[in-house]
Design a protein around this ligand. Structure first.
Ligand SMILES: [Zn+2]
Length: 395
């Protein structure tokens, strides 16, 4: 083992406790370190820790490696690449459009003038639309990957190109704070504390997070650096002064609409030790994902004994993880994905569903379980044969 390992301390980066256990550790020289946008991290070592004090599963990297630069320069914010689709009314919909409609058109906001901040706004589609529809509002946005050109045109939005820090903003200033997709990439307890510092008393806070229950890929993905179960997240929210108004399961992620009730001045939450039942639940959820994948790897090996080459369905994390575990790197001939057809994943051509019948056989499905039914229906409608290797739900 390389010397770099000694630089990775087993300290929880969420609560600083040393009561941690190592779930898995990898080295980019011998393994592939995948990110959620299906890229690879190079020249690093990483450890995934479970904190037995706060219940958070977090990732620590070797030496001074930080994902901040990755987000500023390499991270792909394209909707096609991101897991930006949700299932609603049994249909696949754009997450941005759905949230926009849900947040701003259902009467949750009945004040005509106020202040709004979107943290980790990405391309800024959500805040831009809000600003157009609500011209009286003072709109702010912060994100390390902001494209200045597109924001300059929208002069009414004040933006900051950086990682979120409460110091940029006046205390208790905002009536609405949106933080979607942030709390799995930043220390969740401290980020909630900082959001609280920026929020006015009674502010609406819209949070979108991935929870361990719905994140099968977690044992193999290295940029979702903070992960927790539903119950642990609810505990974090409550302890930080956030009252949950509404929770919605959107498939890959959950949407939480909260109201911020300020904690007593400066008495910010210092977490006590988590209830052991919540910790046991976290351990069991993680183990279920590991078992799920081991079963999928076994099944693909059986399929590959019968077929020399296969086509995979979907050019996302599930296929990337599967491919990273195949001994025969030429086993996958095509990837079928109508959203990304014409491009490549690991040099393998991505083709459209309309080409599937003519140029590929042996289509293998390993997909997010929530999407399985929809995809099966679609393939059957198009008269395409396939083999499902999704393991049955463990429980
Ligand atoms: Zn911790």
């Amino acid at each position: 083992m390389d010397d770099n390992y000694k630089y990775i301390h087993n300290i929880c980066s969420n609560c600083s406790s040393r009561e941690t256990v190592v779930l898995n550790e990898v080295d980019s020289e011998s393994s592939i370190l995948l990110t959620s946008d299906v890229q690879c991290l190079n020249n690093i070592h990483a450890k995934r820790l479970l904190c037995e004090h706060c219940g958070c599963i977090s990732v620590r990297f070797s030496k001074d490696y930080s994902l901040d630069d990755f987000y500023k320069t390499k991270y792909i914010t394209d909707e096609k690449v991101q897991d930006h689709f949700i299932i609603s009314e049994k249909k696949l919909k754009s997450k941005h459009k759905y949230l926009q409609k849900k947040l701003f058109k259902n009467g949750l906001l009945n004040i005509s003038k106020g202040t709004i901040l979107e943290i980790a706004c990405g391309k800024g589609d959500l805040i831009r639309q809000f600003s157009k529809d609500n011209t009286e509002w003072e709109c702010w946005a912060i994100d390390p990957s902001i494209n200045e050109k597109s924001f300059i045109k929208e002069s009414e939005i004040r933006y900051i190109k950086d990682i979120f820090k409460h110091e940029y903003f006046e205390k208790n200033y905002f009536d609405i704070i949106i933080a979607h997709g942030l709390l799995n990439r930043a220390p969740v307890l401290d980020t909630l504390r900082q959001i609280g510092l920026c929020a006015s008393k009674g502010a609406l806070v819209s949070l979108e997070v991935m929870l361990l229950e719905n994140s099968h890929c977690i044992p193999y993905i290295w940029d979702h650096t903070y992960m927790f179960t539903m119950r642990v997240f609810q505990y974090y929210l409550k302890s930080n002064g956030f009252e949950i108004l509404e929770i919605e399961n959107m498939g890959p992620s959950y949407h939480f609409m909260c109201k911020y009730s300020a904690l007593e001045e400066e008495k910010y939450f210092i977490p006590g030790k988590l209830d052991y039942r919540l910790l046991e639940d976290t351990k069991s959820q993680y183990q279920q994902h590991v078992t799920w994948w081991e079963s999928a790897f076994d099944t693909i090996n059986i399929v590959l004994k019968k077929n020399e080459q296969i086509c995979l369905f979907g050019a996302g994390m599930y296929s990337a993880i599967l491919m990273s575990k195949l001994d025969n790197k030429n086993a996958v001939k095509y990837i079928l994905d109508e959203l990304k057809s014409g491009s490549f994943l690991n040099s393998i051509p991505i083709i459209d569903i309309s080409d599937a019948k003519t140029i590929c056989s042996n289509i293998v499905l390993l997909v997010r379980p929530e999407y399985l039914k929809l995809i099966i229906n679609k393939l059957m409608e198009n008269d395409i044969n396939f083999t499902v290797i999704n393991p049955e739900k463990v429980r």
